[in-house]
Design a protein. Sequence first.
Length: 75
Amino acid sequence: MEDTIKEILGDILGLEQSAIEDSASSKTLPGWDSIKHVEIVSAVEQEFDILLSIEDIENMGSFREIVSAVRSHKA
């Protein structure tokens, strides 16, 4: 799952997956703005067949927070 999320981030932000560290966030990854955030949310929902809550979406400002949101819906 983590590799898939890194792949999604890389595809949307135009970065190599290897450049996305576990500590990556909207503050550390270039290009992660509000428009890209919506694209990330949509891609994550489609990839994992989940529907994220508004709270999840607002809190998904880092790689780890995205992983946590997906895990909470797949549990």
